[in-house]
Design a binder for this molecule. Sequence first.
Ligand SMILES: N[C@@H](CCC(=O)N[C@@H](CS)C(=O)NCC(=O)O)C(=O)O
Length: 229
Amino acid sequence: MKLYIANKNYSSWSLRPWVLMRELGIPFEEHVEPFGEDAAEMHQRFSRFSPSAKVPCLHDGELRIWDSLAIVEHLAERYPAVWPRDPAARAYARSATAEMHSSFGALRRHCSMTCGQRVVLRERPLDLQADLARLQKLWTMGLTNFGGPFLAGAAFTAVDAFYAPVAFRLQTYGISLDERCDAYAATLRALPAMREWYAAALAEPWRERSHEESITAVAASIIDLRTSS
Ligand SMILES: N[C@@H](CCC(=O)N[C@@H](CS)C(=O)NCC(=O)O)C(=O)O
């Protein structure tokens, strides 16, 4: 299988299937296609490998699977470890994964992923506060009901992969939840696959204007840890 992704520093959607496959030891080849400044050029370039012209996109033989949730479900057909075995944990994991996929718009908008930067927000708007409150409730439910250290129990599964970008966002924007949720986010960041992604993100040479602007737009101050900045 070949997984097409974009810049590791910015691409939160790409991280989901990538970290899942790496952590579960699912073999794949990676192709990093950097974002571009020119939308039409980028659309044409991404269209060569992705029907939606977006990343992530998984090639499995002749098959093209082009959405992070669809990729997870495709993998689950062959790799049962993608979802928890316990039905209650699986029901929670599917719900929380779908909620991440369809919600948390304020968190995405105000705190776009940039693994290699540390940003102090100028303000924490009410819609962001509401998303953070919901995040804490959702994580606490999983950690309490299934005993941790992961959201649906002892094993890392797709639901953790879907919240992996959030763990980087919390670090970037210096956002704390309660002790238990902060510990969970730290557990995610300490995973070998997350460390590998983070190291690669820091080393990337690319800076993409629209992503950089979405960060400066909300920042009171920024520290850049990327090695080639
Ligand atoms: N719902 C899609 C979203 C994918 C998505 O928005 N990807 C962004 C990068 S993180 C992208 O490819 N953007 C390129 C563009 O919009 O031209 C998924 O879950 O895979």
